[in-house]
Design a protein around this ligand. Structure first.
Ligand SMILES: O=C(O)CCC(=O)C(=O)O
Length: 434
């Protein structure tokens, strides 16, 4: 990816799409005026083709995608709207206090970030990272439609594990359609292949790897061998990602260009059955989780760590350390990009999970590390030696569980129990990206 040097915002921030400001936004506007300026809403007609034959064609494609992505829901019986979440208060952030620290990217060095956040695994929101990206100006619905309208992005996974894809022009028409707009948990573009496909890989030129995350050790395993690691995540209000832990104990950064996301995060070690009890819908749908589960975590008698709450605005990047449970609800139309990565600070834990979950890839990775990072190869060797000497159960499997990145529209399986293997979650995430 190109470096950020020499990049300019080619469109005024005032053109950016956003919902009405909340008091929290106004407060932030004081410090990040440029990325929080009010913008006029998009011209909905641009996305909706009114010609009846085109309307029918689009409806057919959308219905096919819905049926494939959520076969348990009947489109014709209205199952997509049966919970009436569109009329509920689930998008209200009244009473939610964002309790995660903000740092500006220019105020912290890579070494300080590793010491203060990556090593101790502390979530943080970074501001300013996306300011120099072309995407800060060009990832508007209108411009994405112009450039990528014909490209089929992934909006879900079917029952056989294959990606369900929809042209962006159809997806955006779906998002703005007055009937589909009431879907409980709408379709969500959650696409891990955009960087590999001829008609979407230009998106990679629109942002750069932030210096804080640039180490990205898994790239040493080779672009085609490493697990899926980058996703564009674009979706409307009430779409989102069900509660999960990211695979192989990797950390993630999630940069939001447009719209607002609500996050809840639980620290490593939080028992799965506490935060994700076996109740229909909770696993897949962020909107159900926030409606039914979140209030329980606020009750005085809640016996576990309470979630960290983040209300992420445009221009903010959330750092999710490995092993943290997290779920995300889109509060309005959001346009974001997310990467998973491994760094020196988290290497030992990620190595243990990778060796166990992806042994072939681990071998190639280790060979590359021997050449490029002998210090880390030595760490891997010593953990290997410990693993052989250890006759008891593997300590790595209990330290955290892993799962696919999961969209609430079911673009991949949503989460795993602490007994799930990384191999299984890796498989889910790989399929999700197909
Ligand atoms: O929907 C989102 O933005 C969150 C994505 C996410 O949680 C993940 O990729 O692990």
């Amino acid at each position: 990816m190109p470096s950020s040097e020499g990049w300019h915002q080619s469109e005024p921030a005032s053109k950016r799409v956003r919902r009405e400001s909340t008091p929290r936004d106004e407060a932030r506007e004081g410090t990040h005026k440029q990325s929080h300026r009010r913008a006029s809403p998009p011209d909905v007609n641009k996305f909706i083709e009114e010609a009846p034959d085109l309307f029918q064609y689009r409806e057919k494609r959308v219905t096919q995608a819905k049926r494939a992505a959520r076969s348990e829901l009947s489109v014709s019986k209205g199952d997509w709207q049966k919970h009436h979440y569109a009329e509920s208060a689930v998008l209200s952030t009244a009473g939610i206090t964002d309790n995660v620290k903000r740092i500006h990217c220019n105020d912290i060095s890579v070494a300080e970030f590793a010491e203060q956040f990556e090593g101790p695994r502390i979530p943080v929101v970074i501001t300013g990272l996306t300011d120099p990206w072309p995407a800060a100006a060009t990832w508007t619905e209108e411009q994405l439609l112009d450039k990528f309208g014909e490209h089929k992005f992934k909006v879900g996974t079917d029952d056989d594990g294959y990606g369900v894809r929809l042209r962006l022009k159809h997806f955006l028409a779906y998002v703005h359609d007055r009937d589909h707009r009431k879907d409980d948990s709408p379709l969500y573009i959650f696409d891990g292949t955009f960087g590999d496909r001829a008609t979407s890989k230009a998106l990679c030129q629109d942002y750069c790897m932030p210096k804080l995350f640039a180490e990205d050790l898994m790239r040493l395993a080779g672009e085609h061998r490493r697990p899926p690691y980058r996703w564009v995540v674009w979706g409307p209000a009430r779409s989102g990602s069900g509660l999960h832990i990211d695979p192989l104990a990797t950390s993630a950064w999630n940069a939001l260009l447009r719209g607002h996301k609500r996050w809840a995060l639980f620290p490593p070690g939080t028992p799965r059955e506490a935060v994700l009890p076996k109740e229909p819908g909770l696993e897949r749908e962020a909107v159900s989780w926030f409606t039914r589960m979140y209030p329980r975590t606020q009750a005085p008698a809640w016996p576990h760590a309470r979630p960290l709450d983040i209300l992420q605005g445009p221009g903010e990047t959330v750092f999710v350390p490995g092993g943290w449970w997290h779920t995300v609800l889109n509060l309005d139309m959001t346009i974001a990009v997310t990467h998973n990565y491994a760094s020196t600070a988290s290497f030992s834990r990620i190595w243990r999970h990778t060796r166990k979950g992806r042994p072939k890839m681990a071998a190639k990775w280790l060979a590359a590390l021997r050449a490029e990072r002998p210090d880390l190869a030595a760490l891997a060797d010593s953990s290997e030696a410990h693993a052989h000497a250890d006759s008891g159960p593997s300590s790595s499997s209990s330290s955290s569980s892993s799962s696919s990145s999961s969209s609430s529209s079911g673009s991949s399986s949503s989460s795993s129990s602490s007994s799930d293997s990384d191999a299984e979650s890796r498989q889910k995430k790989t399929k999700a990206a197909s």
